[in-house]
Design a protein around this ligand. Structure first.
Ligand SMILES: [Zn+2]
Length: 256
């Protein structure tokens, strides 16, 4: 049961962006419809853990952009799919100034009422920290704040239990996992898996523009496919790009 397919998306938008993390809504719709046609059901992480099924796959969205509410929700609703969304608490309703923003292109994060509607539609709200700082550049106290306060504040704002913590940039280590557990989370998600601790860290497969065609996503979630291993490996090498943003943050932090 431990290894089940989890897809990681970021932005679903027709807006152009430098980088690979924005998927056009039409492309996203084609991907989801194709997986449904192949007999798969997309669901939130909590839904999968509560009722695992071999034809289910988990859909996650990092950073909780407004465009996910705008474009992904109606598409998934039509297919009766749900998803988990990882919210950066301090950026609810704000622009993504924490990100590298190449060419000055900015994106808006979902506001409180949009997140409430996602929650009301059966989506799982999860924490993606307070401010999306790479946790490895923070002090222990700052790390605890990012992990603990985001859970408390989200639970208060939406009156739900937050069970999952998504590591900014997928970065974590043993000490960070312990803090996540001590703060009351049931699991963590990154891009690599780790089951050696008291709570499981689930690995996810990032879905990227140009690289992931609907059939390759089908191979990613279909463990029995002969090319499955290759597809998973491909996704992991693309994720290295996230480290560029960590370096960017380090430079910005030094300037401030
Ligand atoms: Zn993120």
């Amino acid at each position: 049961m431990k290894d089940f397919p989890i897809l990681a998306y970021h932005k679903i938008s027709p807006q152009f962006e430098v980088g690979l993390t924005t998927i056009h809504p039409k492309t996203f719709e084609k991907q989801m419809k194709y997986l449904q046609k192949k007999g798969f059901i997309g669901c939130s992480l909590q839904n999968y853990l509560d009722a695992p099924q071999s034809n289910k796959f988990v859909i996650t969205f990092d950073d909780a952009y407004e465009n996910v509410y705008q474009y992904a929700l109606p598409i998934l609703e039509k297919l009766k799919f749900t998803a988990s969304i990882f919210v950066i608490y301090d950026y609810i309703g704000k622009e993504n100034s924490w990100d590298a923003n190449f060419l000055g292109i900015k994106f808006q994060h979902a506001n409180q009422s949009q997140l409430q509607k996602l929650s009301d539609s059966g989506w799982e709200l999860c924490s993606h920290s307070l401010s999306h700082k790479a946790l490895n550049i923070l002090t222990k106290e700052q790390i605890i704040n990012e992990i603990k306060l985001s859970k408390i504040k989200l639970e208060k704002m939406f009156n739900v239990t937050i069970n999952s913590f998504g590591f900014p940039f997928g970065y974590y280590n043993k000490n960070i996992i312990k803090i996540v557990k001590d703060c009351g989370y049931k699991n963590g998600v990154g891009f690599t898996k780790n089951y050696d601790n008291e709570i499981p860290i689930y690995g996810r497969m990032g879905i990227y523009k140009y690289i992931d065609l609907k059939h390759s996503i089908y191979i990613k979630i279909n463990k029995n496919h002969p090319l499955h291993f290759f597809e998973v490996l491909k996704g992991q090498s693309v994720h290295l790009g996230a480290y560029i943003t960590i370096i960017y943050q380090k430079i910005i932090n030094k300037q401030n």
